[in-house]
Write a protein that binds this ligand. Sequence first.
Ligand code: AMP
Ligand code: MN
Ligand code: MN
Ligand code: MN
Length: 287
Amino acid sequence: MLNIDLHCHSSVSDGVLSPSGVVARAAANGVHVLALTDHDDVAGLAEAGVAADAAGIMLIPGVEISVSWGGQTVHIVGLRIDPLHPDLAAGLHGIRLGRIDRARRMAADLARHGIVGAYEGADSYAANKQMLGRTHFARWLVAQGHAPDMRTTFKRFLTPGHPGYVEHEWTSLANAVGWIRASGGMAVVAHPGRYAFKAHQLHLLLDAFRALGGEGIEVMTGSHHPSEYGKFADLARAFSLKASRGADFHAPGEGVDIGCLPALPHYCQPVWQNWPELASLHSLSTA
Ligand code: AMP
Ligand code: MN
Ligand code: MN
Ligand code: MN
């Protein structure tokens, strides 16, 4: 069986390993095909590609784009993108500028709650100064003793109704899917189980996504409880969306490790079904 993992993060966004470190970990875990999908940035793909060649695994160029839809943040993964495509590059650059402004507002809100120095603190955890996110704030809050671990930090801070959370307008669903498709890639709805939508809202999202040319949805993700896999496999089938598998790995010891999720249910159509670059690998899966 081919081990395919199509969602993970490096230190270019909010992961802790370098792009080559992520690839080395994937190879050690027996992954054959890996997509690096950093938030709103593609700057790790060149290094990851070199490391993947050296390790003998296949790297799929990816990205995870932050979108505002229906009053919530939704993440859209792009797979087989061209990181040099000008529309995609310009769009991601705009999102990163917005992140810096949001980080200043988050720090100001934390300061109002008596926690000062959060911008500089979070920034010290960000290898890529353009890609400042809530995870960097969370790592700093843990180090400062405001919460014992990342999970608790997101319960006490940085989420709606808690210190450090601010509203933010990301890009539109149409922009994200449009940039991904313009660059030759496939758009995939990330971790559908994480959104606080009612069922009918999620269905509206998937209808809108498909109408824009979106093709896939994550079924197996580190964000889903095993009891949810079947529900999202059924949803993929009901909406004629292809199914993806990716751990959403960020750091050793946090969540699911790269390549360690169960396989897709047999009745799912995988997103990688017709990818030409995988043709030579399929002999492996039957060998
Ligand atoms: P941002 O895009 O900056 O709003 O940050 C979103 C990131 O925060 C996600 O990709 C996760 O890495 C992290 N995150 C969000 N919620 C949680 C949580 N409950 N526990 C741990 N990490 C979380
Ligand atoms: Mn993240
Ligand atoms: Mn995500
Ligand atoms: Mn992710």
